[in-house]
Design a binder for this molecule. Sequence first.
Ligand code: F6P
Length: 325
Amino acid sequence: MAKKLNTIGVITTGGDAPGMNPAIRAVVRTAAFYGVKTYGVEKGWFGAINDHIRELTAHSVSGIIHHGGTFLHTKRCPEFKDKNNRQKALANFKKYGIEGMVVIGGDGSMRASMALIDDFKFPINVVPASIDNDIPGTDFTIGFDTAVNTAMEAIDKIRDTADSHERLFVIEVMGRHNGFIAADVALVCGAEIVIIPEVKHNIDAIAAKISKGRQRGKESFIVVVAEGAESGVSVRDKLAKRLPDMDIRVSVLGHIQRGGSPSAFSRELAGKLGATAAELLINGKYGQLVGTKSDKVCPVPLNKVNRLVKKVEMEQLRIAEMLSS
Ligand code: F6P
């Protein structure tokens, strides 16, 4: 029989994502339901190492369900790669009697959690939360849907001015290593071109496609580029050389994609995944990435997915391209 836990921790790590707050709420309220004590670790792994830990009650998480960001705060923490620092974090957890942790975060958080599990067999369940959607073992991450909607609203507005001025806009979206946001917004905004890190792009071919479009009477164009493929400014400069009579502007959407009130979908995911991750942990089942598969909550062993790479659906790019011509 798996040992039940009486005290757990919850932490948000890496880049924030809209939906982290409802995920924290779900963990804390689930623990309260089972009579289990919860501690919140503030400022991500930095707070774990430096003892920024406080007790959270069901009441502490009132009024946060609709807020973007994370009320526990987060920090990039390269120091956590050092085993001595992980040891310090563990000592702090022990000080409060924390027997296991729900980690809410992205791919870096998953790797850091694996290190804690491998080093100290510390019980952890990970809830995938990142605007990038690049975590293997889950169809969606918390925050991705909100980020796509934020980018979509921004691009729709840019489309209005692009049409009025008959301009080409290069729009840079987030995605350091992947093009999930870019591929989704290209489809939902009808972008003429999408550039993502996973697919080699050819600026001459892109310029030729735009020229063809102009010959057919198209007057404005949206080129969506994921930051990890090339910067928007660089794409603009290269296109300007090849299309000298085209009025070209660039817009970098940046961190607005990370903020804002979580969408219904991000909140729903946060509620289901946070609650399941906490329930499993409390009941002695851990080492899981608690994500979704075909709309169902689906925990998978972390050590089976942490080395996999999640890929953008090429079929989606094909359809986006076909519909934008
Ligand atoms: O959270 C992931 C991400 O949004 C990437 O898409 C982006 O490159 C990065 O975070 C930016 O991180 P920071 O805010 O630390 O500069």
